[in-house]
Design a protein around this ligand. Structure first.
Ligand code: P6P
Length: 336
């Protein structure tokens, strides 16, 4: 029988992995380790929330007019606290904060902005469903002052992006531009341990993820996409629907197994079509991961990483996952 200790001699923790990545700036290494600490704190709280009365509504409404769950607020506070103790991040932009939070005392000529959704999948908080954290790191322009004009740039300006998935295992999946790496939280030692490196997304999958109940408000092209995916296998169909209510959970399936997640714009009566998911801290980070794994992230009209936001909480339609399915969506003019 193999010596069990040999297996663990190759334990590659996140800290050890980052220390051996010469191409990653020291400041970005510190930032990724701070994200990992915040994620461990959130994972721990989620595991015990049911027993501590952590479920339910916080009583407040966020900038998007959405209910803020207690765990949304708590998770955001964990990130604010984790990044308040010094370090290269001087600006926090969060789904749960209307305005950016700027720590002037942490501003240098080599500072970063962290853009994040602290708890993605809020409809799942009280039913022990899939939840996630999504984050992106962008450099701040030296001498940027109190404004955020330098941050309102296309997603191609991101220098790192990733997500945590709080499922049966807590996983941290990220890229700093040199492949997509996945780490699993070993709760026994409290360390993220390397699971997969340079993950490649299958060019085509077998599942699609969308809230099909919104179909009446979609563009005709989106309905044509559904007809194709649900049609005969011989005509490019034969897909199964898998939708978990958390962007991170549905994206993670696409990353590993291939397939497509989409949240189309909804054409409200007389109104301009609008998306639900947020560009800067949901769609752009996951699109960076998709592209670095060989997949794609699109608004249905063009590459998501080329969209220049006007506001930090801007929403866009999104079609993300395997290259073939995203290309099919664009070809069918899903967004008109
Ligand atoms: P719906 C969660 O609130 C979220 O922002 C994403 O994580 C998820 O994919 C989507 O909204 C779910 O939206 O309208 O299907 O409940």
């Amino acid at each position: 029988m193999a010596n069990p200790f040999v297996k663990y001699s190759s334990l590659i923790t996140l800290d050890r992995y980052l220390r051996t990545r010469q191409q990653i700036d020291p400041g970005l290494i510190v930032t990724l380790e701070q994200v990992a600490l915040a994620v461990k704190r959130v994972a721990h709280e989620l595991a015990g929330a049911a027993l501590k009365g952590g479920f339910g509504h916080s009583g407040s409404i966020n900038v998007h007019g959405e209910r803020v769950e207690k765990l949304d607020e708590w998770s955001n506070n964990v990130f604010v606290d984790t990044f308040s103790g010094g370090g290269p991040v001087c600006t926090l932009i969060s789904e749960e904060m209307e305005e950016p939070r700027h720590a002037r005392a942490q501003c240098t000529n080599d500072s970063y902005a962290l853009l994040y959704d602290p708890l993605d999948g809020s409809s799942n908080t009280d039913i022990n469903g899939a939840l996630g954290t999504i984050f992106a790191v962008r450099r701040r322009r030296p001498g940027h002052g109190e404004g955020i004009e330098d941050v309102l740039a296309a997603g191609s300006a991101q220098i790192a992006a990733g997500y945590a998935l709080y499922g049966p295992a807590t996983m941290l999946v990220w890229t700093a531009g040199d492949g997509v790496n996945a780490f699993v939280l070993d709760r026994g030692i409290g360390e993220f341990v390397l699971w997969q490196e340079k993950i490649r997304m299958p060019e085509r999958g077998k599942t699609y993820a969308v809230n099909q109940a919104n179909a009446a408000r979609w563009n005709p092209g989106t309905r044509a996409l559904i007809e194709r995916l649900c049609g005969p296998k011989a005509e490019g169909g034969g897909y199964s629907l898998r939708y978990c209510g958390a962007f991170v959970g549905d994206f993670h399936r696409c990353l590993l197994n291939g397939g497509l997640f989409f949240y189309p714009s909804e054409v409200t009566a007389g109104g301009a079509p609008k998306g639900k998911l947020r560009l800067m801290y949901e769609v752009a980070p996951l699109s960076m991961l998709a592209e670095h794994a060989g997949g794609a992230g699109s608004t249905g009209r063009g590459r998501a990483l080329e969209v220049v936001p006007e506001r930090i909480h801007e929403r866009v339609p999104v079609y993300i996952g395997s290259a073939e399915e995203v290309a099919l969506a664009v070809k069918l003019k899903v967004e008109g």
